[in-house]
Write a protein that binds this ligand. Structure first.
Ligand code: CA
Length: 661
């Protein structure tokens, strides 16, 4: 059988060689991309890992205003394989030290006598990234990219873990799409979300079945079937004002890159991006692994981009108290914010986040006093802003301060003068190029005024941790506010916590705003939506959900009504990390992951979303044998000595968690 497979493989290669047929293989030789050209002149590629096809033959190409580069193409030239490597550090991401070695190869295509585009493939041991470089056409030095043909045909039997794209201009005050729908777990292919496709990042489980014919020595003469599972994550990176962000449309088992919808952003701005020529499109990324570790730990989002400007200063990270999540809009008044500043000081937190309506409920003058008061308590201030604008109806103020350069810079000058350190900017539901430009412009201006930026009700960051040094995070997830709004989100809270650390958080910082210790989402902690997860779960998600500035949902009353060990943990929990390791997990069931903080301490955290308690043997290899570690489990903390095998058997309750530190 093996021989037959080799022969078939060779036949395929030689057949494709006649039309094009070249490959790029990863440094370790296991991951490869093969490029083909069909008889109709359509460029295609596939992705193989250990000879198992993870992405079947799929189209490449662009349809632009200066030419249809999706068919009728001919091959121009193929570069040599070039080895590229880089190392860099990030202070605001899931790890500190990043490095990669990859092989790159560029394939050039022409249409007629004119050069159309190059596609460069970058292949490391677990990641593929590729992008187009569109050539000038005669004297045409710019173009609109009407559509992109890039697709991902997934092998039969693949199941999906996808987040449906939201319908534009729906939801609260026409603020969508903002990446806030529920994931489906292990769903069959073929559904196109709610008719509008899916958001990045997208996760697929590919099954490979191989049959081994009986050998002569096998007396029973039965053929053996082995089934292996591979994980594939699709995303994109390096998206800025030079392009739009994209989503995936599904047709059967083919997922195709799609641009934003016309109706996004109130219909303002084009859905198709425009670029200067010659010019690049963003990087499309494919991350693969036999386990979820290469997905969860990937650095491809940052490997492919470069910082776009210098940080104007050293930005400070940390924890914030945040009244809005428990007490909502009414709490954004002077006295309650003072209470939350005092609470932040008691917790030893670096920040307080003052949310919507402060402009009218506190006012600009009193805000100056409040920021000064916070400073006297060694607490810095983040202020909330409404992004709009003319593309939605969100009424909360301050409004109209962030979308235009003049008002924005005037406002930021005041913020700097007063001593505000960061902004949380809400309601920017669009992926159009005009919106990407606004995301970038706000970050650039904010850096001039020493402001950190959190985006909320927004798109997914695509390499932004490295591109913009004052970027903190994006929401782009069905986040904690929904726990305050609806019971259903609480009932399935743990489910989402099993996927975010391996998928959403794999590609970018995530402003979730979780770790509530209240039993109920209300000021008196007696009414409102009921939290069904445990207190250890709250601690575990403080580790599992990563962003360098965490707006925690803890409340002042928790100093009295939450267990001392939980408050003590939340006082000490770090938000910046040297390193991380995915340990085990299955989206929709459980996750176990460890992170090493920038002071060198390891934290292992896990949650169980299954209906039954889960037996697990924790891998404590990041600790020393004989070392005493603290185990948070079953509503208490105990000290445990690490055994020689560095393992620890535990039973994690349903809707509960575990933390070892
Ligand atoms: Ca939101």
């Amino acid at each position: 059988m093996k021989k037959l497979k080799l022969f078939l493989g060779a036949a395929l290669v030689s057949m494709s060689l006649s039309v094009f047929g070249q490959s790029v293989t990863s440094p370790n030789g296991r991951l490869s991309v093969n490029i083909f050209l069909t008889e109709d002149g359509v460029p295609m590629y596939n992705v193989e890992y250990d000879d198992v096809t993870l992405v079947s033959k799929s189209a490449l190409g662009l349809n632009t205003s200066v030419g249809d580069f999706s068919k009728g193409l001919s091959t121009d030239k193929v570069s040599d394989v070039v080895s590229v490597s880089d190392s860099y550090t990030l202070a605001n991401s899931k790890k500190k030290n990043f490095s990669f070695t990859a092989n790159e190869r560029t394939f050039s295509f022409s249409k007629g006598k004119d050069k159309a585009f190059d596609v460069t493939f970058h292949v490391d041991d677990n990641n593929v990234a590729f992008r187009y470089y569109v050539k000038p056409q005669g004297d045409r030095l710019s173009c609109i990219v009407n559509s992109e043909l890039t697709s991902y045909v997934m092998p039969n039997g693949t199941t999906t873990f996808l987040c449906p794209q939201m319908v534009p201009q729906t939801g609260f005050a026409r603020t969508t799409p903002s990446y806030e729908t529920f994931y489906e777990y292990d769903a069959e292919m073929g559904k196109n979300g709610n008719g509008h496709g899916f958001t990045f990042p997208a996760l697929f489980k590919v099954k490979s079945v191989s049959r081994h014919l009986p050998t002569k020595s096998d007396k029973r003469r039965t053929s053996k079937v082995t089934e292996k599972t591979y994980w594939v994550m699709l995303c994109e990176t390096g998206v800025d004002g030079n392009y739009c962000a994209s989503r995936l449309m599904c047709d059967g088992n083919r997922y195709t890159v799609a641009y934003p919808e016309d109706t996004e952003f109130g219909g303002v701005g084009t859905s198709s991006p425009a670029i200067m020529l010659p010019g690049y499109t963003p990087w499309r990324t494919i991350t693969v692994g036999e386990t979820l570790a290469p997905i969860s730990e990937t650095s491809i989002m940052w490997d492919m981009v470069k910082p776009k400007y210098e940080a104007s200063q050293k930005y400070k990270y940390g924890r914030a108290t945040w009244s809005w999540i428990i007490r909502m809009d009414a709490s954004c008044n002077y006295n309650e914010q003072k209470e939350y500043i005092d609470f932040a000081a008691t917790m030893g937190y670096e920040y307080v986040l003052i949310d919507a309506l402060w402009d009218t409920q506190i006012g600009y003058d009193k805000m100056e006093q409040l920021v000064a008061y916070a400073k006297s308590k060694n607490v810095d201030v983040y202020l909330w802003y409404n992004s709009n604008g003319y593309w939605n109806d969100a009424p909360q103020g301050p409004r109209g301060k962030m979308h235009r350069l003049l008002e924005r810079r005037q406002e930021m000058a005041w913020l700097k003068k007063v001593g505000v350190k960061g902004l949380k900017i809400d309601f920017i539901g669009s992926d159009k190029q005009v919106t990407m430009q606004m995301y970038e412009d706000i970050l650039v201006d904010a850096n001039d005024f020493g402001l950190e930026i959190i985006y909320h009700g927004c798109t997914l960051p695509r390499g932004w941790e490295r591109m913009y040094p004052n970027f903190i995070s994006c929401e782009a997830v069905r986040a904690s506010e929904n726990l305050s709004f609806g019971q259903h989100d609480n009932d399935i809270e743990a489910l989402a916590a099993t996927i975010h650390p391996v998928l959403r958080n794999a590609v970018g910082n995530m402003d979730f705003g979780g770790s509530a210790l209240n039993k109920y989402y209300s000021k008196d902690n007696k009414h409102g939506k009921k939290r069904i997860t445990s207190d250890v779960y709250a601690l575990a998600t403080a580790i599992l959900f990563q962003t360098p500035v965490q707006n925690f949902a803890v409340a002042p009353n928790n100093l009295q009504d939450a267990p001392d060990w939980a408050i003590d943990f939340m006082k000490r929990v770090p938000t910046t990390w040297n390193d991380m390791r995915f340990i085990d997990g299955y989206p929709g069931k459980f996750v176990l992951l460890s992170r090493q903080s920038t002071d060198g301490k390891w934290y292992l955290a896990g949650v169980n979303a299954m209906a039954e308690p889960m037996k697990a043997t924790l891998d404590l290899s990041m600790f020393d044998a004989g070392q005493t570690v603290r185990l948070y489990l079953n509503g208490k903390v105990t000290e445990v000595k690490v055994n020689k095998k560095k393992t620890l058997p535990v039973v994690i309750p349903s809707n509960g968690g575990v933390v070892v530190m």
